[in-house]
Design a protein around this ligand. Structure first.
Ligand SMILES: [Cu+2]
Length: 412
């Protein structure tokens, strides 16, 4: 039953609304013709008809065709490949096989899911396997999205290698996928970052090999055309290339990736959502989230003990917005700006830029217990979902922070 409701919400917004208007228009023309013909000659009816059509064009033309009706046929794009509209055949196949798509109970990759340091002092051969999979999951309570993923979560798994390693990466595309996918790792030196040699059909696998020449934290993402479309379905993650001497040891490491989702229906509309190619091109997302959905990073999930040194690996899958990453109530002791390594990191930073298709590394020490809110400090984005919380547990530190909490606490 719920599938029928979900399918209905999509059919309603995409098809019925559009065709309904066309049907109403045809009926209105016939109705007018019949009524006018009763009292007027054919010539007068035609003149009146032309008058009404002209008046309608006068008011209608400046407004243009309603946005819903332009999708997916009326979108003009100038990219290197086709625009972000989904192939119509795949849309039909999607509905036909709606029941066979895996329903993931939680799309979010845990912020605690960070692989341990390689601990190696020598370069090595490393094998990585990733599977692209299209699944269904909730971006907000009751709001279902068709996510395209690496390994079934958003972001995909964090990868960790060492500078100088030779990486053999096999990309599988799950049999249930409707689309081709590929991977472009910004850590790769070579055409397409690997995308040119990893384009995989559903059910197919391809292996690439690359040498991790430059240390740093890099975004990886699907780069099958339309790239923005694939990325805004959730296809991104981070790969850390540790410098030869490793990174300084910390007590806790966290993994956070911001991303945007462009649903056709308004934010909060329940049921299965269609993506809106127009909103994607205009860069007006309905949802902006950390780790794939609203509320993915919570103070119950991320608990830091007082005194611990925390490092956050932060990425931005975009595809349109630059993030102003900030942790309310903390100052980043150390920031590797744009996740660059090899130069002196910045000290004592409040907010740091995470470019679309870029990353940053921030570190702080947990001093004062309480709940802390991480945000994109373009704060209107909080209401689209771009925030999370973490807890610091420990003893009060009145020497650093003292006051009486308000009965009406503010978030900032
Ligand atoms: Cu893809």
């Amino acid at each position: 039953m719920s599938q029928i409701i979900q399918a209905w919400s999509l059919i309603y917004s995409l098809i019925i609304q559009g065709f309904g208007l066309v049907l109403a228009g045809i009926a209105a023309v016939i109705f007018l013709y019949v009524v006018l013909r009763k009292h007027h000659s054919f010539r007068d009816t035609m003149l009146l008809g032309i008058f009404f059509a002209g008046a309608m064009l006068f008011f209608w033309f400046p407004i243009g065709v309603p946005k819903n009706l332009t999708y997916p046929f009326g979108l003009t794009t100038y990219g290197p490949a086709e625009g972000p509209s989904l192939p119509l055949k795949n849309v039909f196949t999607f509905f036909w096989h709606l029941d066979s798509f895996e329903r993931v109970s939680d799309i979010a990759r845990s912020p605690l899911d960070v692989p341990p340091p390689t601990g190696r002092t020598e370069a090595s051969d490393v094998s990585i396997e990733l599977t692209t999979k299209e699944v269904l999951s909730e971006i907000a309570p009751g709001v279902l999205v068709n996510y395209w993923t690496f390994d079934g979560t958003v972001p995909g798994p964090m990868l960790r290698v060492r500078e100088g390693d030779t990486v053999s990466l096999t990309l599988h595309n799950d049999q249930s996928s409707l689309h081709m996918h590929s991977i472009d790792l910004h850590a790769v030196t070579g055409p397409g970052g690997g995308a040119t040699v990893t384009d995989v059909m559903p059910g197919e696998s391809k292996t690439m090999r690359f040498k991790a020449l430059n240390p740093g934290l890099y975004i990886y993402h699907c780069a099958h055309p339309n790239v923005a479309n694939h990325m805004s379905h959730g296809m991104y993650g981070l790969i850390l290339v540790e410098p030869k001497d490793g990174l300084p040891q910390v007590d806790k490491e966290l993994y956070v990736v911001q991303g945007e989702f462009y649903t056709a229906a308004e934010r909060g509309t329940k049921g299965l959502q269609a993506m809106d190619a127009g909103k994607l091109l205009d860069g007006i997302p309905e949802y902006i989230v950390f780790n794939g959905r609203t509320g993915a990073i919570s103070k119950d999930r991320v608990v830091v003990t007082q005194g611990e040194k925390v490092r956050m690996y932060v990425g931005n899958g975009g595809v349109n917005l630059v993030s102003s990453f900030h942790l309310i109530g903390e100052i980043f002791d150390t920031v590797y700006p744009e996740a660059a390594m090899g130069s002196e990191p910045h000290k004592n930073v409040q907010s740091t830029i995470v470019p679309a298709g870029g990353a940053t590394i921030v570190e702080f020490t947990a001093d004062v217990p309480g709940t802390y809110v991480l945000v994109d400090h373009a704060l209107a984005r909080l209401d689209k979902g771009a925030w999370g919380t973490l807890s610091i547990v420990g003893d009060a530190r009145p020497d650093i922070f003292f006051g009486t909490p308000s009965d009406h606490p503010s978030g900032h």
